[in-house]
Structures are given as C-alpha cells and as structure tokens.
Design a protein around this ligand. Structure first.
Ligand SMILES: Cc1cc2nc3c(=O)[nH]c(=O)nc-3n(C[C@H](O)[C@H](O)[C@H](O)COP(=O)(O)OP(=O)(O)OC[C@H]3O[C@@H](n4cnc5c(N)ncnc54)[C@H](O)[C@@H]3O)c2cc1C
Length: 388
C-alpha cells in the first residue's frame, strides 16, 4: 500500500534499490498479479504458457519462466522501453510491459495491477491550507484544513487516508500543485521533494469544507523515546495559512457483508481511524479493540456501547515500535464465535506478527485480515512495511 511513498532519507543508486526489493516484488507479483504474469509469458514466451512465473525484476526488464507440458522450463527476458529511474518508475515500466502484452494478445479485460493502477491514477490532489490547530493530548495535535480545492473533496471509507504534502524542509511554498499524480512521486529532485506522509481523515465536514487530521508528534516535546520526523515537525510548527497538498483519499478497511464481529488493533497512528470506525460501527456488530499508547494522557475518547470492548495498553518507557503489547493482547483474546474481520494500523512489525497469529494460529482467512504497517521502526526490515 505504501510502496509509492518516497523515502525522505537519501537513496542508494536505483540498481541497488531494485536488487533490494526484487525478492519481495517478485513474490508479490506471482502471488497477487498472477493474471498479469501469465499475460506477459503468453505474449513473450509461448501462447500456451502454463505455470507462468516472474523470476526477477531488474532495473531494465523482467525475467520470466514457464513450464511446458513435458515439464521442461522455458526462460524469457522482456526488456523495458528504458531503464527505470526510481521504484515508482519501475512500477510504471512494468505496467507498460503488461499493457503491451495484453493488447498484443488482443485481451480487452484489464489485468489486476492495471485495474488497481487505474484507480490510483484517478486519485485527486487537493491544494488547501491550515485553518487552525489544537493540542488534543501531549502526543496528538489536531490540524484543521480548509479553503482552496477542499470544498470539492470526495470522501472515501472510514479509515480514509491521504498523503499529506507540505513544503520541503526550511521552505514555505509548496512544490506540487493540483495536477500531482502517482507518477510524480518518482520525479522529485532532492531540493523540490515535498515533506510527506500518510495521515487519516479524523473528520470531514462537507457543510463548511473543513477536514481534521490528528498528527502524532513522535520524538518531539516530552516524547523522548521516539525519533522525530519531518511531517511530525511540520505539524508541531503549523500555523493558519500554511499550504498543504492532499493526495487521496484511499482506504483499506473493507469488512465483508457476512462479518459477525470486528477485531481492531492500533497504536497511536491507527487510533484516529479506530475513532471513525467505531463511530460508524453498524448495530449488532460487536468490536474487540486493542490500542497501544505511550502514556495514559494520550487516550482519545471512544464511543461507548455494551458490545464495544476496548483494551488500552500503555507502553510507558519502552520506545514506540519495540513492544509486543498488541500481539500479546490479541493472543490472549478468547475469540467469539462467527466471522471476524480484523483491521489494524500500527508499526509494521507488530502488524506482521498480529497477521501471522490470526492466519496461522486462529486460521482466519486472508480476505478477513487487513493489518496495515502505518510506519516502520528503524529496526524493522523494509519487507515488513506492507504488513501483508
Ligand atoms: C494509511 C496510513 C494512515 C496513517 N494515519 C496516521 C494518522 O492519522 N496520524 C499519524 O500521526 N500518523 C499516521 N500514519 C503514520 C505516519 O504516516 C508515519 O508515522 C510517518 O512515518 C510520519 O512521518 P514523519 O515524516 O513524521 O516521520 P518519518 O520521516 O517517516 O520517520 C522518521 C523517524 O521517526 C520514526 N517514526 C515514524 N512514525 C513514528 C511514530 N508514530 N512513533 C514513533 N516513531 C515514529 C521512524 O521510525 C523514523 O525513525 C499513517 C500511516 C499510514 C500508512
């Protein structure tokens, strides 16, 4: 989900970046985009391809393998139209190969990654500004946006999240405008790259065109246990009139119609989404909610209902992203009967361990688990970032 997000830290050369993500991307394509891999193999290796597999993604093309009826392997190489300049560019070039292969074969139905890319390409960018700020708790700063393009905001689901772009550090003017789209992520120079991160829409009031978001001020003020980040610093210093560009919304929370109960898991970063999800909880759908916070003072008010069961775990002096509180709490839950839908937003490693527990120990179906890595502690490997 967050693979498009630019890394504000200086990047290694693109060939190294591609080599780094190659195993994860290859596995992801074979598991999730098998229809696209098959189309490429049919167009480039043999039209009667079976067992099509992507074997590697390189900076300048794709390696593939098919298996013939007699078990013999046939390998193929499909070059990109040019070498990739960034990871986002790599994604675009791979899509180009898929679309060319599909049209060569005369297939009109879009493959899964093409359909997804079309949705992402349709995401709008709203240029707006800060109207006011309110320090809700020591760690949560609420920022309200309004004016500019925001009046035409088209809302999404209950966990709707937006890529919030602010001027590059030390500058006051935005380097993006309303024409910003997915492909622009890979095109920034170091000087004009906006400060940016994903944030959740806590409240959208269409009648007055105002939107609230809750920014965690990690590593700032009294929070000596975490490292600060550029977006958190921007939020701490934001003033009315400061410009922002909002690319979104997108959503991940999507419970199937036959859901009997919800399991919700979050640290501070996922708490704004939990507030909205619980405020919109359908009647007769119980929820078991597990929330990790650093300090008791950072509890946010949640709706009370006899079938909403909230467990707060306080991290205290342990740095954010290093505790096992969320996983321990989920492991200890006596699972109610019926179909669960499990959603979470927290540090990537804890989201991965909760997912593993739900899938392997509790036997929950993949489609019913959506634990999203909202941020990554520096000790968490990159390939855990998706939380999938
Ligand atoms: C879908 C989605 C929705 C999100 N919604 C929200 C939201 O509503 N509110 C919110 O505050 N965040 C939210 N986040 C998380 C937010 O995007 C990240 O925390 C992001 O890293 C903040 O950017 P930054 O520039 O401040 O820090 P970065 O430059 O990304 O990171 C700098 C350092 O800070 C550390 N760090 C980052 N976040 C935290 C944290 N929360 N606690 C401790 N250390 C941290 C990193 O490990 C790194 O060492 C969401 C993320 C996603 C993917």
């Amino acid at each position: 989900m967050v693979s498009n997000e630019p890394d504000p830290v200086a990047q290694p050369p693109i060939a190294e970046q591609v080599a780094d993500v190659n195993p994860r991307l290859t596995e992801h394509y074979n598991a999730t985009y098998a229809d696209a891999v098959e189309v490429i193999c049919r167009a480039h290796i043999a039209d009667d391809s079976r067992g099509a597999k992507l074997t590697a993604i390189h900076v300048d093309g794709l390696s593939l393998r098919t298996t013939a009826r007699d078990g013999a392997h046939r390998d193929g190489w499909v070059p990109f139209s040019r070498a990739a300049r960034s990871l986002t560019d790599l994604e675009s070039l791979t899509l180009e190969v898929i679309t060319t292969a599909r049209t060569t074969l005369g297939v009109t139905e879009l493959t899964t990654p093409e359909a997804q890319a079309r949705q992402v390409d349709a995401i709008r960018t709203y240029v707006t500004s800060v109207i006011r700020m309110e320090q809700l708790t020591p760690i949560f700063r609420q920022i309200t946006f309004g004016g500019g393009d925001l009046a035409s905001f088209e809302p999404g689901g209950h966990d709707q999240f937006i890529y919030v772009m602010t001027p590059p550090a030390g500058r006051t003017e935005l380097t993006v405008d309303a024409s910003f789209s997915r492909e622009d992520f890979g095109e920034f120079t170091d000087e004009n790259r906006p400060v940016g991160a994903y944030y959740t829409v806590r409240d959208w009031r269409p009648e007055d065109g105002e939107m609230d978001m809750l920014f965690v001020l990690h590593g700032l003020g009294d929070d000596v246990h975490a490292e600060p980040g550029l977006s958190a610093q921007w939020a701490a210093n934001a003033r009315p009139g400061d410009p922002v560009a909002l690319w979104g919304p997108r959503t991940a929370y999507d419970p199937p119609a036959d859901t009997d109960w919800l399991l919700l898991v979050a640290d501070e970063t996922g708490l704004p989404a939990i507030c909205v999800i619980l405020e919109n909880l359908p009647e007769h759908t119980p929820a078991h909610v597990f929330i990790e916070i650093g300090d008791d003072a950072d509890r946010l008010p949640l709706p009370t209902r006899h079938d909403i069961h909230v467990t707060w775990s306080v991290r205290g002096d342990a740095p954010a992203g290093t505790s096992t509180l969320l996983t321990d709490a989920v492991q200890a839950l006596d699972f109610p009967a019926g179909n669960v839908y499990a959603w979470g937003g927290a540090e990537a490693r804890s989201m991965r361990t909760v997912t593993t527990h739900l899938r392997r120990v509790r036997g929950v179906d993949r489609a019913r688990v959506r634990m999203v890595g909202y941020w990554r502690h520096r000790s968490t490997p990159v390939d855990l970032n998706t939380g999938d």
